[in-house]
Design a protein around this ligand. Structure first.
Ligand SMILES: CC(C)(COP(=O)(O)OP(=O)(O)OC[C@H]1O[C@@H](n2cnc3c(N)ncnc32)[C@H](O)[C@@H]1OP(=O)(O)O)[C@@H](O)C(=O)NCCC(=O)NCCS
Length: 377
């Protein structure tokens, strides 16, 4: 065996850290063997969530049963709502979501079991309840009372309704749903790896997902969709875009929504979502339409100067902004979808577990002599 001492890759770049049958990026992004392009354009989020959690495409009866279980599980315990009510108003939405998911563990009858069936039940409950946590927090923060979940709406429409109080127009709902499909799963990214490491100690689903949410918050990962909009807000209008981006690059700023550890030429998710953004912006007009022009200019200059492609967070931030959603909900929305991929990885880890425990190259001092505290200056 080649030991880690001989082979060290900073940031674990290119390291195969485990096996998975859930998704692959090499040769085109696929979820359980289905290409992302087809899933985004022909499937729907509920079906993709089933595919990820249950391992194959549902029959009509299986999908109906899945949707029924999701809609029946959307309500969260009053104690969790009361707890969220008491949190400081300025607590970041991602932190509240992390705390909320952790709190839900105490009310789940399957919390202590890592059995496959129990893990799937917990995954479905989390998938159903995360939009409720997002909606409750968002409305309480704005001084509004939470809206009960609507069992007659699909996942994407219910999520938007719980935040805004309105059923979205179909063009908005569809573009939003595509973003959820594209966000659902992405192999061994930082938050998924976090979930797998946590699960590999035989810690449970809730602990692993809580840890994953903490990892996703960072701006180099899921937090980038919120920062991408700050770029567009800072540019303002398309006539400023070329100068703005050239000045930023000259200052060596890191432009959020660009670059990726694996995609060096194109993030296919960004390409697919950009088309939906453009279509919706065309319908909305005004600033939404101008921001598509801003996005085009920034993409062109960053590619010419740095050879960095936009990643999925670049169009996603724009899409959520044109739908009128608050910026601090963008990464929680990512969570509402990625819970499917994370949970599938936790289940896969528990089903074939071996503790994940790599080694480090030591760079500190060695063999120092201990000096008693009374003799130290
Ligand atoms: C995602 C990301 C962390 C991957 O980075 P990575 O593979 O670790 O690459 P590094 O951070 O080592 O960057 C390599 C080079 O590209 C540059 N670079 C990478 N992303 C950049 C960006 N978004 N803007 C400007 N320069 C960038 C780095 O400055 C570095 O240049 P240098 O070699 O001249 O110092 C990185 O591209 C990034 O920070 N992107 C912005 C955040 C983002 O959108 N995250 C969401 C990812 S889906």
């Amino acid at each position: 065996m080649t030991t880690a001492k001989e082979q060290y890759f900073p940031g674990l770049e290119g390291v195969i850290a485990g096996e998975t049958a859930i998704s692959t990026i090499s040769g085109g992004l696929q979820y359980r063997g289905y290409g992302i392009e087809e899933l985004a354009t022909r499937s729907n989020f509920d079906e993709v969530a089933y595919l990820l959690l249950h391992g194959g495409m549902p029959t009509p009866a299986e999908l109906a049963g899945f949707r029924k279980r999701l809609s029946e599980n959307r309500v969260i315990p009053d104690a969790v709502v009361d707890f969220i009510r008491k949190l400081p108003r300025n607590a970041p939405a991602m932190d509240v979501l992390r705390t909320g998911v952790s709190a839900l563990a105490h009310f789940d009858p399957d919390t202590d079991s890592n059995e496959h069936a129990a893990d799937v039940r917990k995954a479905e409950r989390l998938l159903a309840r995360i939009p409720t946590l997002i909606g409750v927090r968002s409305r309480l923060k704005r001084g509004l009372e939470p809206i009960p979940p609507r069992a007659d709406l699909d996942f994407s429409a219910n999520l938007i309704h719980m935040v805004t109080g309105k059923v979205p127009p179909e063009s908005h709902r569809k573009a939003f749903e595509v973003s959820l499909i594209l966000y659902a799963e992405h192999e061994y990214n930082a938050s998924t790896f976090t979930a797998r490491v946590t699960a590999s100690t035989l810690a449970g689903m809730y602990g692993a997902i809580t840890a994953a949410i903490a990892a996703l918050k960072g701006p180099l990962h899921g937090g980038a969709n919120e920062r991408a909009v700050e770029v567009l807000q800072s540019v303002g209008k398309s006539s400023n875009a070329e100068k703005w981006i050239r000045d930023s690059l000259a200052r060596k700023d890191r432009i959020m929504g660009f670059g990726h550890r694996i995609y060096k030429v194109e993030d296919p998710r960004a390409r697919i979502l950009k088309n939906f953004c453009r279509e919706l912006a065309g319908k909305i007009g005004g600033q939404a339409s101008d921001w598509e022009g801003v996005a085009d200019i920034i993409e062109r200059v960053i590619w010419d100067e740095k050879k960095l492609p936009p990643n999925v967070d670049w169009p996603a931030g724009r899409l959520y902004h044109m739908m009128g959603l608050e910026v601090e909900l963008y990464t929680p929305i990512f969570v509402s979808s990625r819970i499917t991929g994370w949970a599938a990885h936790v289940i896969e880890q528990h089903d074939h577990n071996r503790l994940i425990r790599p080694v480090a190259r030591y760079t500190g001092p060695a063999d120092l002599k201990y000096v008693g505290i009374d003799q130290r200056q």
